[in-house]
Design a protein around this ligand. Structure first.
Ligand code: ARG
Length: 268
């Protein structure tokens, strides 16, 4: 419990102030097991921190931190609730069950509020939107200009994502499901898969730091392109509370500010 307290403090303090947080404790940012216990006035965020610029691990002042645009929003929500923020990092496909079982209070993870998920959990208003992109090896870039050209291709896809649905709808697509996008990038680089689908800002963020990959011309479409915050089904009070914070952030133009700050962090 204690380590989470320290992590929370680390997360609440901004950028350079993080120097004061113990390395060991800050490393716990990547550990998802806190035993499910919560103190009063602590709000627990569930996320899959493999998704720059939204949520990702970054060495800051020699310590592994979970940072990004979604994390900044989570801090604001916690602050408006007068609560401390805990961050639990896990595979994307574990998020909704953690939410339904109450082990996390809300999910911010670049999550698209699609119809199937709406049956399982509730969502805030959309706070952002993003297009899809196909990531391939640079040498193959010109092979993929149309949806037809993606037929029969082997894809590395994040398990449980809407990109899995998109890939499944492509005739003959061979899909390797992986928990973290970093692993997909490695599979692409080592020729074990030939393409991946992810949201464009995420593809661009990976391309800043990984050589040999490119975004193909083809742009797959999905029926929903927004991102929203997941909340346990029936917790309308928390939905309203979170929507209020989102309204405030939109009114203060903070969303765009967080996006550009997070993008700068990716490149750093
Ligand atoms: N927007 C997509 C979805 O909702 C992908 C989100 C993946 N998020 C992440 N943190 N890896 O399925």
């Amino acid at each position: 419990m204690k380590k989470w307290g320290v992590l929370t403090v680390c997360l609440i303090l901004a950028g350079s102030l993080l120097a004061g947080c113990g390395g060991k404790n800050a490393d716990q940012a990547s550990v998802s097991d806190n035993g499910g216990s919560k103190t009063e006035k602590t709000v627990v965020l569930g996320t899959s921190a493999d998704f720059p610029p939204y949520e990702f691990h970054k060495m800051l002042d020699g310590k592994d931190q979970i940072v990004g645009f979604d994390i900044e929003i989570a801090k604001q929500i916690a602050a408006d609730m007068g609560a401390k923020l805990e961050v639990k990092d896990m595979d994307f496909d574990a998020l909704l069950s953690e939410l339904s079982s109450g082990r996390v209070d809300f999910v911010i993870s670049g999550m698209t509020p699609d119809e199937n998920r709406k049956k399982e959990v509730d969502f805030s208003n959309n706070y952002y939107k993003a297009q899809q992109a196909v990531v391939v090896r640079e040498a193959d870039k010109d092979k993929y200009k149309t949806m037809k050209s993606l037929e029969g291709v082997s894809f590395g896809i994040q398990t449980g994502s809407i990109q899995e649905d998109i890939a499944k709808s492509i005739p003959g697509a061979k899909i390797t499901g992986l928990g973290k996008i970093n692993d997909i990038i490695m599979q692409l680089n080592s020729n074990r898969v030939d393409a991946s689908i992810m949201e464009k800002p995420v593809a661009e963020a990976f391309l800043k730091n990984v050589k040999g990959l490119a975004i193909a011309d083809v742009v797959p479409e999905y029926k929903e392109d927004g991102y929203a915050i997941g909340i346990k089904k029936g917790n309308t009070e928390l939905v309203e509370q979170i929507n209020k914070t989102l309204d405030r952030l939109k009114a203060e133009n903070k969303i765009d500010k967080f996006v550009s700050e997070a993008s700068e962090l990716v490149a750093k």
